[in-house]
Design a protein around this ligand. Structure first.
Ligand code: DGT
Ligand code: CA
Ligand code: CA
Ligand code: ZN
Length: 574
């Protein structure tokens, strides 16, 4: 969807203009960006249906910005943005990608210390020049250092939620070719890893040249990096690199396995093959003695030939899956189609874009049997969080709506802030009236481990919280995890029937895979939800399910795979 891409460009234009001391324009760009990123509808659809007039109906979008949107839709570029970027010292632009460094701070660094790049900033930190600036201190230096580390680690990696739709689009285009026989994505994408270095696509065909010609001239291609008979590489307009390999049908299973990886998993498999007198490569499985190729039709067959249970792509990271497969002890992973309800959904009571009824209809489209409306509480003023009175009003509205919908049950709920002191942001009387209470942290992220653990236990001790929302509060490539004592919190949740959330939003994916696995080991139950702020977001649930699968979760571990009756029973909802 182009909406998020356009919003991002607009935000960046706003930042650059602000850096250049331009007066009101940054605000206009930000307002438009906000409206666009929460739209229910794809801007390209709006443009197709209603032209520029339709775009100008978006709040904050006038004729000038509408034209920029059209420019992006048609060329995947906005010239003014490219110009602005070029006008800035390159390094300064990179600084804006670092968490907590907005145009305001960067401007101070630039004016007071002549910092023009990440390197300059790191030097200044080394000499403790930042803490001496007015409004900064030792703590800010510490935070900036942490943010730089995070930034360096994430450089050049894309969110799964960004890369997968682009890759699927390419695959669909290539599928139209008669010359394409089999096709699949490989690499970290197929493993559904939370971030993606590059897109890998695998094709079998008798006419590699044709496939390469089409691949290198796909609409999203910006530049061809390499073009050969078996492998080509391109840079896409979105900044991601994509590789394609074309091979023979008879190598497909082995190649798919090889190019799905990960590397460590592959190395272990090759070792196993050698011990069995076999040789495994991207071309096939061979008998070591006479180099004869074994006929392998599928990955299943390949794993079985090596004496292993089939290992799902999401598990292939050499974290114990091969050992488990030897013993036939892999879990039966939660299937992608097994979610029966979404328990974290915002409406236009708070910062959602759609009404309750629209959101319920969105959930119904996915055949869900239940949905909870869980808007923010009042402490989140920028999100129009609800006070007690508005929660009561919402409860009444939902009770009325229940009569309208016979095939889906609507739970009342809230995503209540767990304040820095551990108190909940809504009164006990009101919280007791609600079916689903998600407790989430949206502020005070920097408390130390001990304070944070105490804060959480105090909140849980109210006995009112059923779900711990996006538990580590990380934003991928941007905000680090909060610190708390996992053992203590997992123990508490397991004993008190508090479920941990997997928030499926592509930049959150929180809990992440490794913690999911840890939680399950500790007998903690999990809810996968979409954190939808518009009906378009429901479909993001697949990214949360992928995380659950990467964390070895079965259907049984995920409570919202239960039918309505068992779900209510688990949480003791009348
Ligand atoms: P990425 O792109 O950084 O998100 O991660 P991957 O896993 O997609 O890595 P990529 O694109 O470099 O390579 C695709 C697959 O090819 C990888 O998952 C496993 C396989 N592969 C790449 N290099 C090697 C290698 O040196 N040895 C083995 N055994 N396999 C490799
Ligand atoms: Ca890759
Ligand atoms: Ca690659
Ligand atoms: Zn939240």
């Amino acid at each position: 969807m182009a909406n998020l891409e356009i919003a991002k460009v607009f935000y960046e234009i706003a930042d650059i203009l602000e850096l250049q001391d331009v007066e009101w324009k940054p605000r206009a760009y930000r307002r438009a960006a906000q409206a666009i990123e929460t739209l229910d509808k794809d801007v390209s659809e709006i443009y197709h249906e209603k032209g520029i007039k339709g775009l100008m109906e978006i709040p904050g979008v006038g004729e000038a910005l509408a034209k920029k949107i059209i420019e992006y839709l048609e060329t995947k570029k906005i010239k003014e943005y490219e110009k602005l970027k070029a006008s800035l010292p390159r390094g300064l632009y990179e600084l804006m990608d670092i968490m907590g460094l907005g145009p305001r701070k960067i401007k101070i660094f630039y004016k007071k210390l002549h910092i023009k790049s990440l390197k300059d900033l790191e030097n200044a930190l080394k000499k403790h020049k930042i803490e001496k600036l007015e409004g900064f201190g030792e703590k800010s230096e510490e935070n900036i250092k942490k943010a730089i580390e995070l930034h360096k680690r994430s450089k050049g990696r894309f969110l799964l939620g960004t890369a997968l739709p682009i890759a699927e689009n390419m695959v669909n285009e290539l599928k139209k070719l008669k010359d394409v026989n089999k096709i699949n994505v490989g690499g970290s994408l197929r493993r559904m890893q939370e971030t993606i270095g590059d897109i890998d696509i695998l094709v079998t065909s008798k006419n590699a040249k044709k496939v390469m010609d089409v691949f290198t001239s796909l609409e999203d291609v910006k530049r061809v990096l390499a073009k050969g008979p078996t492998k080509s590489m391109v840079l896409l307009k979105q900044g991601i690199q994509a590789d394609v390999r074309v091979l023979d049908d008879k190598s497909y299973a082995a190649a798919l396995q090889y190019f799905t990886g990960n590397k460590e998993h592959n190395i272990v498999l090759r070792g196993i093959a050698l011990k069995k007198g076999l040789k495994l490569s991207e071309y096939g499985l061979f008998n070591k003695k006479n180099n004869k190729m074994l006929t392998i039709k599928s990955e299943e067959e390949l794993y079985n030939k090596l004496g292993l249970q089939y290992i799902e792509p999401e598990l292939r990271q050499n974290f114990g899956e091969v050992e488990a497969a030897k013993l036939n002890k892999l879990p039966r992973l939660i299937p992608y189609n097994s979610i029966k309800g979404d328990l974290h959904v915002h409406s236009n009571y708070s910062d959602g874009r759609s009404s309750i009824i629209e959101m319920v209809q969105g959930a119904r489209k996915l055949n869900y049997k239940y949905v909870a409306i869980t808007d923010h509480s009042k402490a989140r003023a920028i999100a129009h969080g609800l006070n007690e009175d508005r929660v009561l009003k919402q409860i009444k509205e939902i009770q009325k709506l229940r009569k309208k919908f016979k095939d889906i049950y609507i739970f009342t709920g809230t995503e209540v802030d767990i304040k820095s002191n551990g108190e909940l942001d809504l009164g006990e009387d009101v919280l007791k009236k609600l079916d689903i209470v998600i407790g989430s942290i949206h502020s005070g992220f920097k408390q130390n481990k001990e304070e944070m653990t105490k804060r959480l236990i105090k909140a849980f001790d109210t006995g009112l919280i059923k779900i711990f929302g996006h538990p580590t509060t990380r934003i991928i490539n941007f905000r680090p995890e909060i610190q708390f004592d996992f053992n203590k919190i997992f123990g508490y949740c397991s004993e008190n029937n508090i479920a941990l959330e997997i928030d499926s939003f592509p930049n959150r994916l929180d809990l992440k895979d490794l913690y999911v696995r840890e939680a399950i080991k500790n007998n903690v139950k999990i809810i996968i939800d979409s954190d939808s702020h518009s009906i378009d977001h429901f479909k993001l649930i697949k990214y949360g399910i992928a995380q659950a699968r990467r964390g070895w979760a079965t259907k049984h571990d995920i409570i919202n795979t239960y039918d309505l009756k068992d779900f209510k029973k688990f949480f003791n909802i009348k």
